[in-house]
Design a protein around this ligand. Structure first.
Ligand SMILES: [Zn+2]
Length: 375
């Protein structure tokens, strides 16, 4: 299996054992936090199952089968993922998988392209999404056909907990009698939201939060950043390699620009603009964006601290002026940084729960106003 996947030795060992002992299950559940390599491991496992290289070398990564799987073009690999819900216009996806809406098709292609080339980034659909009955019907249809060119057909169902009730019940039937030549892999960060009847039919492979040390090493190897920054990003990433990569890549991304926009509103005490802003992005659909944005605020605070005693450590080098203005507003912000960071970390945790995201955003805004403008 692919040793490029860092920090998941246990999961990889379990799968390698299944491969070498010829004890591959017909259904797996890869569960664990977001951004720790569940999907990457599923792809690697799909490759190993179909690779033509000698057993010890699978997946080789270079044979035609491995390449097609890496490119998402293998006819026997099916990838099911949360997709925008239908809005009344029934039949926007046919059983054969034909997407009949141009807009949906474009988003579908963008999602796959993102997954293929920059999987650590989040892709935002234009609407709320979930795993739809149409996708499960398509899977049912495909599963009855024999493999085109593979030894085993592999179905990866990403974020399986987002299945609608209807989809989950239909899927259960497939799971009860899977054909011999298929392997179904569910991935989920919320396995408890899956039907118990689905859970009990899958072999469970646990994935863990990745240690800051491993993330730090990976960042230094893969990104052109300073050791100070690598340590900072690894600490804020909360065990998610994907998030660490996003933080390291965030110069000129939407997330960073949105965070700067928010900081500008805080600086100007622009309540009116903030209310519009929070109404627009303070929802579950933007949860990942909000999570990264709050992390950007942590980086911002750490920058204000670095400004005076170690300017080279500043991440937002192109915003020195704004950083200085923040410091000027209330130099005591330095003393309050630990408390503020603790508060922001708490907000990130709350975001994962059932709290209204807009409320969290408002709390963050108020906390910064209170601290900076000494309200
Ligand atoms: Zn291969």
């Amino acid at each position: 299996m692919d040793r490029k996947i860092k920090g998941q030795n246990r999961a990889i060992e379990l799968l390698e054992h299944a491969l070498t002992e010829n004890k591959v299950a017909s259904a797996y559940l890869f569960y664990g936090p977001d951004g720790v390599g569940k999907f990457a491991t599923a792809l690697s496992f799909a490759q190993a199952l179909n690779c033509v290289a000698s057993k010890a070398k699978r997946p080789c990564g270079v044979c035609i089968s491995c390449k097609k799987i890496a490119n998402f073009t293998h006819p026997d690999l099916m990838h099911v993922f949360p997709f925008p819900m239908p809005d009344g216009s029934k039949g926007d996806i046919s059983v054969q998988g034909e997407i009949r809406s141009e807009k949906l098709l474009k988003e579908f292609e963008e999602y796959i392209e993102n997954k293929r080339t920059t999987p650590w980034k989040d892709y935002f659909f234009s609407k709320n999404s979930g795993i739809r009955i149409a996708s499960i019907r398509m899977l049912e249809h495909r599963i009855t056909l024999s493999p085109n060119e593979a030894k085993r057909k592999v179905y990866i169902i990403e974020n399986a907990e987002t299945m609608t009730n209807q989809a989950a019940n239909a899927f259960l039937k497939t799971l009860e009698e899977p054909p011999d030549d298929t392997v179904i892999i569910l991935t989920s960060s919320k396995p408890n939201s899956l039907l118990p009847t689905i859970l009990s039919r899958c072999q469970k492979i646990p994935f863990q939060a990745i240690s800051p040390k491993v993330i730090e090493e990976e960042l230094l190897e893969k990104r052109f950043i300073s050791p100070v920054q690598a340590k900072l990003f690894a600490k804020i990433a909360g065990g998610s390699m994907a998030k660490a990569f996003r933080l390291a890549d965030e110069e000129n991304t939407d997330t960073r620009n949105t965070s700067l926009e928010l900081l500008q509103m805080i600086y100007n005490k622009n309540d009116l603009k903030f209310m519009e802003f929070s109404a627009k992005i303070g929802n579950k659909q933007h949860q990942a964006l909000l999570n990264d944005m709050i992390s950007q605020l942590i980086i911002w605070l750490s920058d204000i601290n670095y400004l005076t005693y170690y300017p080279e450590g500043v991440v937002n080098q192109d915003r020195i002026e704004l950083l200085e203005s923040f410091y000027q507003l209330n130099p005591k912000i330095i003393d309050r940084t630990p408390e503020l960071i603790e508060f922001l970390e708490l907000m990130i945790n709350k975001l994962a729960g059932h709290v209204n995201p807009q409320l969290i955003l408002i709390n963050v805004y108020n906390k910064f106003l209170e601290t900076l403008h000494q309200l």
